[in-house]
Ligand binder design. Structure first.
Ligand SMILES: *Cc1c(COP(=O)(O)O)cnc(C)c1O
Length: 350
């Protein structure tokens, strides 16, 4: 079978090392003679996996003892609720930069006042707002680093006078960044880390315990910190596979991963800009290195282009229904060769 080029937005492409190690563990986990799927999450072998999956995140991001790393469930969508429940007492500031940001705002409004300090909704989320003011009396400021659906990305983060909270679901570990500037980072595993099921949450010590409401035990970050992500049964398979990806990330280093991501994105955007048949949807300076969104000027050719992609082994290129056209998700594990295949189809398409 010829190579399949996987541009799917999520669940998405993973390093082949992650897939191979996961298959091996499904057969025989850590020499137990049992499948990863049939061992206790409290076995010493799995506890070691969880411990390492937390420790390696701190290593990659150069974080010290003033941060906790946990794995939760419920997707990034439940984090929208948990962040507000755990941190919002009076007022929080949010940016509205796409579908996921909007969902986060909607949930936060259930727990307090939400100031939307900047929005790009006026231009269909085709840019990242800049130059806004974050109120110093907000409990926290929430932003979305990469807008998976609209294809825009924050290439820098604003100066922030209050705890900085970020949904990094679709670009975590795609580039070096100063994690110490953040008070809370969350990311659903299924974009850049592993299979669906786990959510990685990085929490600065000292930010919890300041709200007066009752927080249900399962939704309280402190529960998962105290129980080292073992309060209830964690998503063992997702955490195991995520650890394999994190080892791959650590081996390559964020600088090298970033270099690769820049090269892939540069190649695709150059073709989008060169080729008169296509146009990008996001202003150049805010384009995402992870999810490139683009349209055919003549939309009646959409089906024909999809067919040409399929012929070349390219999958997952159809745009989200709210943008239309095409979206090429180029997560860490996607190889340059796959982008070359896509660009080749674009060059020869007529
Ligand atoms: C996919 C995605 C989500 C939603 O994740 P779920 O795990 O499906 O809830 C939230 N935020 C961003 C930025 C995403 O890309």
């Amino acid at each position: 079978m010829s190579k399949i080029h996987n541009f799917t937005a999520g669940p998405a492409i993973l390093p082949k090392e992650t897939i191979e190690a996961s298959i091996a563990a499904l057969r025989d986990f850590a020499g137990t003679g049992l499948s990863l799927l049939e061992v206790s999450h409290r076995s010493k072998e799995f506890v070691a996996v969880m411990d390492e999956a937390c420790a390696i995140v701190k290593e990659i991001l150069d974080l010290g003892d003033d941060y906790n790393v946990i794995y939760t469930q419920g997707g990034a969508s439940l984090e929208f609720v948990m962040v507000a429940m755990n941190l919002l007492e009076k007022k929080a500031a949010y940016t509205c930069t796409g579908t996921w940001a909007k969902n986060a705002i909607k949930e936060a409004k259930g727990y307090g006042q939400v100031d939307v300090v900047a929005s790009s909704e006026d231009k269909d989320f085709t840019y990242i707002p800049k130059g806004y003011t974050i109120p110093a009396d907000a409990d926290y400021f929430h932003c979305t680093s990469n807008n998976t659906i609209y294809g825009s990305q924050m290439h820098q983060f604003p100066e922030c006078p209050v705890p900085l909270v970020c949904d990094m679901s679709s670009d975590i570990f795609s580039r070096p960044f100063d994690a110490k500037r953040f008070s809370l980072i969350y990311a659903g595993a299924q974009k850049n880390l592993g299979p669906a099921g786990a959510v990685l949450v990085i929490i600065k010590k000292g930010i919890l315990g300041k709200v007066s409401r009752y927080i249900p035990t399962m939704l309280n970050y402190q529960t998962h910190i105290d129980k080292e992500s073992m309060f209830n049964t964690p998503p063992v398979f997702s955490v195991f596979a995520t650890l394999q990806t994190l080892k791959w990330i650590k081996r390559l280093g964020l600088a090298e991963i970033n270099r690769r991501n820049i090269a892939k994105a540069a190649l695709l955007y150059a073709e989008i800009d060169r080729n008169d048949l296509f146009r990008g949807t996001v202003v150049t300076e805010d384009r995402s290195l992870m999810n490139a969104t683009f349209l055919l000027n003549d939309e009646s050719l959409n089906e024909k282009f999809m067919a040409a992609c399929k012929e070349a082994g390219i999958v997952g290129i159809k745009g989200h229904r709210s943008v239309g056209g095409f979206r090429a998700s180029m997560y860490n594990a996607l190889e340059l060769e796959s982008v070359e295949a896509l660009v080749n189809v674009m060059r020869t398409f007529n």
